[in-house]
Design a protein around this ligand. Sequence first.
Ligand code: PGA
Length: 230
Amino acid sequence: MKKIIIGNWKCNPLTFAQAEGLFNNIKKGIKPVKNEIIICPPFSYLCCLSGNSFKLGAQDCFWEEKGPYTGEISPKMLKDLGVEYVIIGHSERRMHLGETDKMINGKLKAALKSGLKPILCVGEKKGENFKKIINNQLSLDLLGIPKKDLKKIIIAYEPIWAIGTGNFCEAEKAKQTMIFIKSKIKTKVLYGGSVNSDIVVYYMKNGFDGLLVGGASLNAKEFIKIAKNA
Ligand code: PGA
């Protein structure tokens, strides 16, 4: 089974020249990799990087198709650019931009309607009860989405305390959450949070369907290693 390896570039790099360089370096190294590689650059680089050998994902989308919504990007616009995936509900958006489960639910429905494949991020803060938090996120985020569409949604389990800290969640521990998520929704579950090439194999051994990689996806060599080790 192909694993799904997603590079979430977040708000990086600063120039298109750097983005193109990173993209080309990943492309060169990753050719023989059997896994599904998805790169999620900032919106402003999406159209310049489309038409390449990778699958492209956006880091967010709006819940309406078009209209008077200054600054928003609709899923239909992304689809038109050749984008296939979209990250929805990343904890950084929930925390810094006040994104609520209701907004996330609207975004998921809009993405599905336009034929984008959503990657829904869920995860608990340090010390929180993961079952309670994730159960709550899943039930609100997926509210009213028909069963046939649920399997089109990829879930990324990203414990908030593990993101960007170097303090990843041990694969055996993360597995408990993955099993919990799979008991609620029959779909692919990825792990995210301080992933590096040395630990990839443990998540794969423990049954994860892939990885959502942040910081390490900005380093072409490291990202290629992650994709190869998965
Ligand atoms: P990180 O980010 O790999 O830098 O921890 C993961 C993410 O936020 O998706």
